[in-house]
Design a protein around this ligand. Structure first.
Ligand SMILES: [Mg+2]
Length: 419
C-alpha cells in the first residue's frame, strides 16, 4: 500500500541537496564590514584561509601565502578574521537547513548534505525547498549560499560547485550523464591535482573520457580501489546515503582565547557566553539535553574533557552556565597553563514535548527540570529569547569575552573545505 508514494518520489525531482556557503569567511567579513563589499578581501595572517570572489578573479586561492596573494592582487584587503562569528553564523545556517529536513549531514563548517525525501509533502519540491533555503540564508543570516540538487551526493556536490557564486543547479533525473560527462575530471570530488595529472597523461580530460574506459583500465596506475570508484562515479553510481542526524545529537559551541586565560573570573564569563549560545539554540529547536561536556585546551595539542549527565534534561542558560562552571573548575584543577580554548556541548537531546512538573523535588536541586527554580529560569530564558527574536541577537549579550586577537589554529582544518 505504500508503493504509490515511492513511485512518485522516483519520478519526481531528485532529493539530495548539497548546500555550500560561498567564500564563507570572506563573505562574513563583508557582512560585518559593509565597506568591504565588492572588494577583494583575504582572510588570514601569513596564509590566506579564504578569499572573496573579487580576489579570486585575480587568481588568488586558499591556502596560499598572503605575500603571493598580494602580488597577484595588490589592492586586496587582508583581515584577520572573526572566527567566533563564523561558528555562530554557521550554526544559524545549519538551523535553516535543519528546518528543511531532519536528514542533514554537515561535512564542514560551511557545507552540508540534506535529503528532503521525507519533507517534500510539507515544503514543496526539492528545487522549491532549495530556493527557500537560499532566500532564508540571504534574508536571515545575510550570506550567499549555493545549492546543488541531484540524485546522488557525488552529483549534488558537483552541482553546488557549478552553481557558484550564489546560484542553484538542479540536475533532473535522466539528465545526470549529460550534465556530468562534459565536465573536467578535476570537478570530481576526490580528484586532486596529482590524480588529475595522472589522468591527463592517459589522455583523460573529461569525466566522459573516464566513463568511456573499460572498468579497471586504470587500476595499474591508480590502484584497483581508486580506479574502480572513479569509474563508478563517472557513471554517477554513488550509493552513499545522507547520514542524517549527525548534528542533531548535540548542540555545541566553542571559543578560542588567543594566548589564553588563567583568571577564573574571566573564564566563567566565557562559560556564560557559551551556555547562552547553546541554551538559545537548544530552546529554539524545543530541545533539552542531559549531558554537558566541557572541553578545555591548553597551549599545544593538550585537551582535557569533563562531562556530567543530569538526572533530567535542561536547556536553561543559567543551569548550563552553572554546570559548565563546575566542569571547568574540574578541568583546570591543578593546572598552571593558560586555557586557549573552551568548548561546551549539550548532548543526549530530547524534544520538549511537555514539561513534567515534579512534585517532590529537593529545593536545593536547582538543575532539576520542573523544580521551582528551573521554572523561574525557563521564564527568564523565554523572555530573553523573545526580546532577541524581536530586536536582534546582539542586544542582550551575555558573557561576551574580550577580543584577544584569536589565533585561527582551529580553523585551518575547517578552512580546507571552505569555498
Ligand atoms: Mg563553501
Amino acid at each position: 500500500m505504500s508503493q504509490a508514494p515511492c513511485i512518485l518520489a522516483d519520478m519526481g525531482e531528485p532529493t539530495i541537496l548539497h548546500a555550500d556557503l560561498d567564500a564563507f569567511f570572506a563573505s562574513v567579513e563583508q557582512l560585518l564590514d559593509p565597506s568591504l563589499k565588492g572588494k577583494p578581501v583575504l582572510v588570514g595572517g601569513g596564509i590566506v584561509l579564504a578569499a572573496s570572489y573579487e580576489a579570486r578573479a585575480y587568481g588568488v586561492r586558499s591556502p596560499m601565502p598572503t605575500r603571493d596573494a598580494k602580488r597577484l592582487c595588490p589592492d586586496a584587503i587582508v583581515v584577520h578574521g572573526h572566527f567566533e562569528r563564523y561558528l555562530d553564523l554557521s550554526a544559524h545556517v545549519m538551523e535553516v537547513l535543519e528546518d528543511a529536513s531532519p536528514v542533514i549531514e554537515q561535512i564542514s563548517i560551511d557545507e552540508a548534505f540534506v535529503d528532503v525525501r521525507g519533507t517534500t509533502h510539507l515544503l514543496g519540491s526539492p528545487s522549491a525547498i532549495a530556493r527557500q533555503i537560499r532566500s532564508r540564508v540571504a534574508g536571515e543570516v545575510g550570506l550567499p549560499i549555493s545549492v546543488g540538487v541531484a540524485s546522488t551526493k557525488f552529483l549534488a556536490k558537483i552541482a553546488s560547485a557549478r552553481a557558484k557564486p550564489n546560484g542553484l543547479v538542479v540536475v533532473a533525473r535522466g539528465t545526470e550523464l549529460d550534465f556530468l560527462h562534459p565536465l573536467p575530471v578535476e570537478a570530481m570530488w576526490g580528484v586532486g591535482r596529482v590524480t588529475a595529472a595522472r589522468l591527463h597523461r592517459f589522455g583523460i580530460f573529461t569525466i566522459g573520457d573516464l566513463a568511456a574506459l573499460p572498468r579497471g583500465a586504470l587500476s595499474s596506475s591508480l590502484g584497483p580501489w581508486a580506479s574502480g570508484s572513479l569509474h563508478a562515479l563517472a557513471w554517477n553510481r554513488d550509493p552513499r546515503m545522507v547520514r542524517g542526524g549527525r548534528r542533531a545529537g548535540s548542540v555545541g559551541s566553542q571559543q578560542a582565547l588567543g594566548r589564553g586565560l588563567t583568571d577564573p573570573e574571566e573564564l566563567s564569563v566565557v562559560v556564560l557566553g557559551l551556555a547562552d549560545r547553546i541554551g538559545r539554540r537548544a530552546r529554539k529547536k524545543d530541545r533539552s539535553g542531559s549531558t554537558l561536556t566541557m572541553r578545555v585546551r591548553f597551549p599545544g595539542p593538550r585537551v582535557v574533557s569533563r562531562s556530567h549527565t543530569l538526572p533530567s534534561p535542561t536547556s536553561s542558560t543559567a543551569a548550563l552556565a552553572e554546570l559548565g562552571g563546575v566542569l571547568l573548575r574540574r578541568a583546570i584543577d591543578g593546572e598552571e597553563e593558560p586555557v586557549t580554548l573552551v568548548g561546551m556541548s549539550l548532548s543526549n537531546l530530547t524534544t520538549d514535548e511537555f514539561l513534567q512538573l515534579e512534585l517532590d523535588v529537593d529545593p536545593g536541586d536547582v538543575l532539576r527540570a520542573g523544580s521551582s527554580m528551573d521554572l523561574k529560569r525557563r521564564a527568564i530564558d523565554a523572555s530573553v529569547d523573545g526580546i532577541r527574536e524581536r530586536f536582534g541577537r546582539d542586544l542582550l549579550k551575555l558573557g561576551s569575552a574580550p577580543d584577544r586577537g584569536v589565533t585561527p589554529e582551529e580553523f585551518r582544518r575547517l578552512a580546507e573545505h571552505s569555498d
